[in-house]
Design a protein around this ligand. Structure first.
Ligand SMILES: [Zn+2]
Ligand SMILES: [Zn+2]
Length: 268
């Protein structure tokens, strides 16, 4: 894959055509499965997503010089010259995503941003783009910066990460049941429903991005119980449809409770 293509993939999420397609898929799912949607909640998710898009240029302006600096001071030179090398990077980014995601559920500082994604009480495609605005603070980018500092080209790392997130859009649905042997290897809607479930026995499970093998390897895999319906949203925290409350709610709860921001979160 050429660097141009990789760079293109990195920017794919911001392309109006792709965004339009994703919104159309949300509308289609809404039409076909109205019971899976609550318009107030989906409107709140859309407002949060628009805010996230508006903040991205600021995030990019601050991080581009940092990524450029890390590129010039990289430990090694690890060029991506073949499709096989890019597939290798995809796997590495997916493993890094697993680590970042697991840490996001463990530490208050990261959970404050990531909890936004878990705050929807309905599991549908519109919940996929309910993403926090405070990534810059929580340091999501640090995980990608580490790969660039190691020697991978920044456009390739960002491209692989963009593809990972795009894949994850499609697994936010209750419309797809079990997928046979694919469930052994890939993160599927069934696995991600468990990840979003707030049922006590299922919290903090299935952190994988594209592959579920990391959860199987590192002991965080779970399947849905046959006798208990899944409940979504933040356990013990009332639903809000106010975008500002959704985005900053967990930060406020941490401050009000006087919690150690760098402390370990207890969710069980
Ligand atoms: Zn999560
Ligand atoms: Zn999700």
């Amino acid at each position: 894959m050429s660097p141009m293509l990789i760079q293109g993939a990195a920017q794919a999420q911001q392309r109006p055509l792709l965004l339009g397609l994703l919104v159309m898929l949300v509308l289609l799912e809404w039409r076909l499965r109205p019971a899976a949607y609550d318009w107030r909640e989906s409107a709140a998710s859309t407002a949060v997503a628009l805010g996230n898009l508006l903040i991205r240029p600021l995030t990019a302006a601050l991080l581009v010089p940092l990524f450029a600096w890390a590129s010039t001071h990289a430990l090694f030179e690890l060029p991506i010259r073949s499709p096989a090398a890019f597939v290798g990077l995809l796997l590495l980014v997916d493993l890094v995503y697993y680590g970042y995601h697991r840490a996001s559920h463990r530490l208050h500082w990261l959970w404050a941003t990531h909890s936004v994604h878990h705050s929807s009480t309905r599991f549908n495609l519109s919940a996929a783009y309910r993403l926090g605005w405070t990534d810059l603070l929580s340091g999501t980018w640090l995980w990608l910066l580490a790969l660039v500092a190691l020697g991978f080209p920044a456009p390739a790392v960002l491209g692989a990460f963009g593809m990972n997130l795009l894949y994850q859009f499609f697994i936010h649905t209750e419309a797809v049941g079990r997928l046979g042997w694919l469930e052994a290897v890939f993160n599927t809607p069934a696995h991600h429903r468990v990840h979003h479930a707030s049922n006590a026995a299922l919290r903090d499970r299935n952190f994988g991005g594209v592959l579920i093998v990391w959860d199987r390897l590192f002991g965080s895999f779970a399947t849905a119980p046959a006798d208990e319906p899944l409940r979504y949203g933040l356990a013990g925290i009332p639903r809000s449809d106010n975008p500002l409350q959704i985005v900053f709610g967990e930060w406020l709860r941490l401050i009000v409770a006087g919690r150690d921001f760098l402390g370990r979160r207890r969710s069980r």
